[in-house]
Design a protein around this ligand. Structure first.
Ligand code: HAM
Length: 430
């Protein structure tokens, strides 16, 4: 019979194997712990939403909506989309689930997969994962500052190396139309140097030319006016207040007047965390204020501010999680087939007491078993051979010091006692 061909994963979709997922879990647990201190509760959202949710919130002219969404017709022809981000879903849930009435100042965090059909490269995938936090119902600068303090503390807690917080204001419904008009004028004056997409953007949503990835457009845009120079008084006051609070808390940041976000819902505060050492895809996280979004999605006129962090990218630069990698401290080695039952019993009892245990199959030489235990990074091997079974006591070998403690562990000792003995031996550093 012909050997069936292996089936590959979809391009841009990848598996997260245990070594990496352990790091992810550490990142998620750190977020859970820290965000709780700031009053955030977890929201679990569907991955599939109606396509119009994103068209209406992210903006029809954004790259995400125009080129990157996985949208398909359901069997009843409803257009559905694999969520490219979660802020829109949070706001939908806030309106639909009645939080808008029950808990208008909701603080919600989420984690999970997002989908964008971008060109895969280092740090860029078609399925990627975010940890995000959204603060609804607050329009004051204190909310922005609190959120940014939390973000900074989080990055520090996971040991994210060499990151920089960049801050900007993108204006609001009062000052942005004037800025858009100035930008359109600027763009029309440089029309021949801009790509055809940008020609379209100029007419429909000129701000999007600031986000164009085409090198020629970027060169033009480098000389374009910036929103920061066109802010209305209210936006200016808001920005100054956020900055003063960040300064007070000694959260380092750099103003970047050319920072624009790739999604349309932002107003006023916009920010990104960029990291050295990530290469071209150097944004670890980003976010900002979205005061019109809840109303645009059919809810009350409630403001919001939030951020999302890319877990893949954060895992590449986080250094504070090595101690959470749990190699089994102990590996149990049944020498003979007869020892299999007792070996499982001993392992189960130790695991019941919280000791991570590796268990090898029987039927190999002691040397081969010890090599296997070593490969697992264990400190102790617990050996069950004929002699040990006869005596009802397992031999313990210290794999670092290469010392045997013959028949050290009484197999019928209480589980707690066994665990304490093993832990004492594991803890005994050379
Ligand atoms: P975003 O800037 O589009 O914002 O994405 C946030 C982060 O997700 C990025 O900084 C990056 O780390 C990661 N990310 C985005 N696309 C990819 C990709 N293709 N592969 C790997 N990682 C990626 C948002 O999604 C907003 N919803 C953030 C927000 C929350 N704004 C307000 N509240």
């Amino acid at each position: 019979m012909e050997k069936p061909a292996a089936i590959a994963a979809v391009k841009g979709f990848r598996d997260v194997l245990p070594e990496e997922s352990r790091r992810w879990r550490a990142l998620e647990e750190a977020a859970e712990r820290l965000f709780a201190l700031y009053g955030f509760g977890e929201i679990r959202l569907p991955i599939l939403e109606r396509a119009e949710l994103f068209a209406r919130s992210l903006g029809e002219t954004t790259d995400v909506v125009q080129k990157e969404m996985y949208t398909f017709a359901d069997r009843d022809d409803t257009a559905l989309t694999l969520r490219p981000e979660a802020t829109a879903g949070v706001v939908r849930a806030y309106v639909e689930g009645g939080l808008a009435q029950r808990d208008p100042a909701a603080r919600l965090f989420y984690r999970g997969p997002m989908f964008r059909r971008e060109r895969p490269q280092r740090g860029r995938f078609r399925q990627f994962h975010q940890i995000g936090a959204e603060m609804l119902g607050r329009e004051d600068a204190l909310a922005d500052a609190e959120l940014l303090v939390m973000l900074a503390r989080y990055l520090a807690a996971v040991g994210a190396r060499d990151t920089r917080l960049e801050l900007n204001s993108v204006g609001d419904a009062v000052c942005r139309p004037g800025f858009a008009a100035r930008l359109r004028e600027f763009g029309r004056a440089h029309l021949t140097a801009l790509c055809t997409d940008c020609h379209r953007r100029l007419e429909r949503n000129p701000l999007r030319i600031l986000d164009c990835k085409v090198p020629e457009c970027r060169a033009v845009v480098a000389a374009a006016p910036v929103v920061l120079d066109s802010l209305c008084d209210a936006c200016r006051t808001h920005l100054d207040a956020v900055r003063a609070l960040l300064d007070q808390e000694r959260v380092p940041y750099a103003m970047n007047p050319r920072l624009v976000r790739g999604l349309d819902y932002y107003c006023r505060t916009a920010f990104e965390v960029v990291a050295e050492g990530l290469g071209a895809q150097n944004a670890v996280g980003g976010g900002g204020r979205y005061d019109g979004l809840v109303a645009a999605l059919g809810g009350p006129d409630v403001p919001g501010v939030g951020f999302a962090i890319g877990i893949e990218r954060l895992a590449m630069i986080a250094t504070g999680m090595e101690e959470l990698v749990t190699a089994p401290a102990v590996v149990v080695l049944p020498l003979a087939e007869r020892a299999v039952g007792p070996a499982l019993a001993l392992s189960t009892r130790l695991r019941d007491e919280g000791v991570p245990v590796g268990l090898e199959p029987a039927g190999r030489s002691l040397k081969a078993l010890l090599r296997a235990a070593d490969r697992r990074g264990a400190r102790l091997a617990v050996i069950l051979g004929d002699e040990e079974l006869a005596a009802g006591r397992a031999t313990v070998r210290d794999l670092v010091r290469h010392e045997d403690r013959r028949q050290e562990l009484a197999l019928d000792a209480p589980a707690r006692e066994l665990a304490l003995r093993v832990q004492a031996l594991v803890g005994a550093r050379p």
